[in-house]
Every structure is written in structure tokens, then in C-alpha cells.
Design a protein around this ligand. Structure first.
Ligand SMILES: Nc1nc2c([nH]c(=O)n2[C@@H]2O[C@H](COP(=O)(O)OP(=O)(O)OP(=O)(O)O)[C@@H](O)[C@H]2O)c(=O)[nH]1
Length: 137
């Protein structure tokens, strides 16, 4: 069955790697009701119409985690073709924030170092672990 054109239009997604001074990074489980519920990913979400990457990141982190992003740098992008959507993931490193992350949408949170002890990891989050390994964690 051919997908409808709307399913093939890339959707921009802002994703943040919160990295602590000790090198640990935050992962979150996808809440019930979303595709790939229970899979581990990096917090973030889709850009709204007219929204910048930075604004989307700040909004998603406030909504999902109750965290105010203070410093974020674009890191890498990745296109992933899922059956449910074609996504352009824009990964940012978040190095300064206010507040302690809380799972405001029922998601579990976990600070991780390499190798991660969580599974399953979302296909669109797995390459990030390789990139981190290349950079020495
Ligand atoms: N947040 C996040 N999304 C990712 C990652 N990797 C990845 O493929 N994605 C995909 O990017 C898309 C993000 O959509 P979402 O459903 O989390 O976004 P959202 O919070 O705006 O959801 P909503 O549609 O319920 O408002 C999903 O298709 C998800 O599978 C990741 O590491 N983090």
C-alpha cells in the first residue's frame, strides 16, 4: 500500500541531549499512546508551524520535563523513515539548564553513560549512542 503524501512529508523534530558535568546524559521512555510506546529515546518533539529549533527545544523540555533550557548547541541531524512518519531529527546538546527533570507526561527518566543499560532503544535514537561513543562518551 502506498503511503499518502502527507505521511512522506518530513516532519522536523527537536531532540535534546542533556549532558551533565560528569558526562551522564538523560534518556526518557516514550509514553503510552504514542508510536513505539515504552521505547527509550532522547526528550524532544515536533516543531510547531513557524517555530525555530531552539524555541521548540525549550517548549518541549518545559512541557515534558519541567526544565528551562539555558544553553543548547545544534549537534547533528538524522532522517528516519518510519511507517508512521518521515522525520528529520535535529539533535542538540544541552549543557546548561534550570530545574531537575521530572517525567511530566508519565514517561520514565534515566541518566545514562555508555554502554546504556536500557532497552529497547528507539531506532531513531540508536545512532546517537554510536556518535557519543565516537566522541569518547
Ligand atoms: N523525542 C524524540 N523523538 C524521536 C527520537 N528518535 C526518533 O526517531 N524520534 C521520532 O521523532 C518523532 C517525535 O515525535 P513525538 O511524538 O515524540 O513528538 P511530540 O512530542 O511533538 O508528539 P505529539 O505528536 O504527541 O505532539 C517520532 O516519530 C519519534 O519516533 C528521539 O531520540 N527523541
Amino acid at each position: 500500500m502506498n503511503p499518502s503524501p502527507s505521511q512522506r512529508t518530513p516532519v522536523a523534530v527537536a531532540v535534546g541531549l542533556m549532558v551533565r558535568a560528569d558526562g551522564a546524559f538523560l534518556m526518557a521512555s516514550r509514553p503510552e499512546g504514542k508510536p513505539y510506546a515504552g521505547y527509550w529515546e532522547f526528550p524532544g518533539g515536533k516543531l510547531e508551524v513557524g517555530e525555530s529549533l531552539r524555541d521548540a527545544l525549550a517548549r518541549e523540555f518545559e512541557e515534558e520535563l519541567g526544565v528551562r533550557v539555558r544553553e543548547a548547541q545544534f549537534w547533528r541531524s538524522l532522517r528516519v523513515d518510519y511507517p508512521h512518519a518521515l522525520v528529520d531529527l535535529q539533535f542538540c546538546r544541552i549543557t546548561a539548564w534550570d530545574g531537575e527533570p521530572q517525567g511530566r507526561e508519565g514517561q520514565q527518566l534515566s541518566w545514562q553513560t555508555l554502554p546504556v543499560t536500557l532497552s529497547p532503544v528507539l531506532p531513531g535514537a540508536l545512532p546517537v549512542l554510536g556518535w557519543l561513543a565516537q566522541e569518547g562518551g
